[in-house]
Design a protein around this ligand. Structure first.
Ligand SMILES: Nc1ncnc2c1ncn2[C@@H]1O[C@H](COP(=O)(O)OP(=O)(O)O)[C@@H](O)[C@H]1O
Ligand SMILES: [Mg+2]
Length: 258
């Protein structure tokens, strides 16, 4: 379970561009569930992920994961139990390393090791089996540098790497937004399979109302630093959700234009 208590975050403090993104924000994410996060552009979804994963420091408030306060842990320490997939397919992988090296890195995230010891030959078959489940032929390309992969292949690899150590929390930030519809579907289905098979506690930011509804157990809509809607996916249909989403987006774009 993730608990966010009384979170506050401003950018550009003391300048004319000062921006309050969160001011007393509270949210609890249930263990083993996938929570879809919707909200207008710029409402603070990625900032929330950056704070949870330790990329940004909040001005106030607490983050508790399974009852432990993680406020004082660095990003690198949090990454041992928080998996993250970004919108940009290049961000979760090291492009100049091979598929095998990338997977080995995420598999060894919790251990100290020398570079020479990165590749554990005994694990190659296991990695191949994991890659095979993607059905993209990556298991036959272990020594290919990741920069030669397509966006969809990279994103699939990022997803596998983010989940290989079965994280306490999985953060997905519009992780299919940069992909074509077919690849996006493939990755979403793979995402669901991984979440369900490992009962991963997941937060999934999406710009796609239908995906959020179909692939999450619960939907949260953020607006102006607050939870504007919090429903079980089974209790709302796409049309109703779309209506609320569009009206919120419309209000936000009006506010921005002022
Ligand atoms: N590091 C930063 N420095 C200054 N402003 C930022 C920073 N990160 C995000 N912002 C601003 O905070 C607001 C929320 O951004 P973000 O969390 O990326 O929104 P989104 O909901 O689209 O993911 C935006 O206005 C954005 O410009
Ligand atoms: Mg974002």
């Amino acid at each position: 379970m993730l608990e966010i208590k009384n979170l506050s975050k401003k950018f550009n403090i003391g300048t004319e561009n000062e921006l309050t993104v969160f001011d007393g924000f509270n949210l609890t994410i249930n263990k083993g569930e996938c929570t879809g996060i919707l909200g207008a552009n710029g409402c603070g979804k990625s900032t929330l992920f950056n704070i949870i994963s330790g990329v940004l420091t909040q001005d106030g408030g607490e983050i508790l994961l399974n009852d432990e306060n993680i406020n004082n842990l660095k990003e690198s320490e949090r990454s041992k139990f928080i998996g993250r997939v970004h919108q940009n397919p290049s961000m979760g992988v090291s492009p100049s390393l091979t598929i095998l090296e990338n997977i080995s890195l995420s598999d060894k995230k919790c251990q100290k090791f020398g570079l020479k010891k990165l590749i554990n030959r005994n694990k190659i078959d296991e990695f191949k089996e994991i890659l095979k489940t993607l059905d993209l032929g990556l298991e036959n390309m272990l020594n290919t540098e990741v920069k030669f992969l397509s966006g969809g292949q990279r994103q699939s690899l990022s997803l596998l790497m983010a989940t290989i150590k079965k994280p306490e929390l999985l953060l997905l930030d519009e992780h299919t937004a940069a992909l074509d519809p077919k690849t996006s579907r493939l990755i979403m289905d793979k995402t669901r399979e991984l979440i369900k098979s490992h009962s991963l506690t997941t937060m999934m930011i999406s710009h796609n109302v239908r995906d959020a509804l179909n692939y999450s157990d619960r939907i949260i809509m953020l607006d102006k630093g607050h939870v504007a809607l919090d429903v079980r996916s089974k209790d709302i249909n796409e049309k109703e959700l779309m209506k609320i989403y569009n009206s919120r987006n419309y209000e936000s774009s009006l506010a921005e234009a002022v």
